[in-house]
Design a binder for this molecule. Structure first.
Ligand code: PLP
Length: 370
């Protein structure tokens, strides 16, 4: 275990109490607690409906299915993202078309996205990468003009804001993750948000064997379920949802502390003379700092820096991947590749102490200057 981990979710007696209530009730599968989390998380983000699932990967795949993406369609997504964003497109037999990112926040570049639209393009997936919002006004305008659907990959973007509105309610649909490294964490989990009630019904059938009625509803009043469509089991349990609800209560507190820690990092790094650039926050945006990723201004040193930090007990990793460098994808995205090669994620978590931020920056000085 590193002395200062990269990430660490925060739980206390309130989380234990919430989980205990569900265990005591003996209804532990998907049930009323999942429904309550869907209602509250959708309301927090400003969306009409939530459909909870077991991961953001499932959420992304179901959302694309609900949009009718199928074999032969093209879907545009940014190069600099986690592979799941592209894998779900491949799973549906559609073609992922990579577009480049901007150099500031590493999000989808609307001009490059526009140049990739063909008559086969069905949807775009802006990714709020590392917790910074994508330029949604420009991307929504492109989608309107070219009649495309917009699926936000909001896996990292709980509470992230764009021009006064929360991520997750800025496109047609969105997908969130509740994985251990996310700001709101249930270990594993995810959710799709939509404003369309019919779409929410379809999504909830797809996540549960194609059934249009849940086990919980049947428990209240017997009726034979219908299996009209092909579905998966991608459900969330009520145990997981209980943790989601107690974490949601404190989400704003989590984000405010992360932002304060990020400001401290920004100040220390700016005054350090190190050849590194702190992450940028575009005007009118609220970064939730799910990941605090610095850009190394000296090329070719990322892996050496990661190994040195790790040897000093500092948890760290790359920013994220460049899909065009992976065998499953194709594309020419020089800015995405540069983001992959030159970013380093530093420790950031709710309980982190200011002294630990100082300690990370001290070790970074040694690691960068060798
Ligand atoms: C941008 C992005 N999309 C999707 C995912 C997949 O999330 P999950 O692990 O919940 O499937 C991740 C995970 O880190 C991610 O960073």
């Amino acid at each position: 275990m590193p002395k200062i981990p990269l990430a660490r979710p925060f739980y206390d007696g309130r989380d234990l109490e919430a989980v205990k209530r569900v265990l005591d009730s003996r209804w532990v599968a998907q049930g009323p607690t999942v429904t309550e989390l869907e209602r509250r998380f959708a309301a927090y983000c400003g969306a009409g409906h939530g459909v909870a699932v077991n991961s953001a990967t499932s959420a992304l795949q179901l959302a694309l299915m609900a949009l009718g993406v199928k074999r032969g369609d093209e879907v545009i997504l940014p190069d600099f993202t986690f592979p799941a964003t592209g894998n779900v497109v491949l799973f549906l037999g559609a073609r992922p078309v990579l577009c480049d990112v901007d150099e500031g926040a590493f999000c989808m570049d609307p001009e490059d996205a526009a140049s990739k639209v063909t008559r086969r393009t069905r949807a775009i997936i802006p990714v709020h990468i590392l917790g910074h919002p994508a330029p949604m006004d420009e991307l929504n305008a492109l989608a309107r003009e070219r009649r495309l659907k917009v699926l936000e990959d909001a896996a990292c973007a709980h509470g992230t804001e764009y021009r006064g509105r929360k991520a997750g309610a800025l496109g047609d649909l969105s997908a969130f993750s509740f994985h251990a490294r996310k700001v709101l964490s249930t270990g594993e989990g995810g959710m799709v948000l939509t404003n369309d009630g019919k779409q929410a019904e379809l999504l909830s059938a797809l996540r549960s064997h194609g059934m249009f009625q849940s086990a919980w509803k049947r428990e209240q009043r017997f009726s034979l379920p219908r299996f009209d469509i092909l579905g998966y089991n991608m459900r969330m349990s009520d145990v997981t949802a209980a943790l989601g609800l107690s974490q949601l209560e404190r989400l704003e507190e989590f984000i405010e502390r992360r932002r304060a820690l990020a400001r401290l990092y920004d100040d220390l790094l700016s005054g350090s003379g190190l050849p590194v650039a702190p992450p940028r926050e575009a005007p009118g945006c609220r970064h939730n700092y799910q990941t605090y990723a610095i850009r190394l201004l000296r090329k070719g040193i990322r892996d050496k820096v990661l190994l040195r930090l790790q040897a000093a007990g500092i948890g760290c990793t790359i920013g994220t991947y460049s899909l065009s460098l992976l065998p499953l994808f194709k594309g020419k995205c020089p800015r995405g590749r540069s983001a992959f090669r030159n970013t380093v994620a530093l420790p950031l978590f709710f309980e982190m102490r200011d002294e630990e931020v100082h300690a990370v920056v001290d070790e970074l000085k040694k690691a960068v200057n060798v």
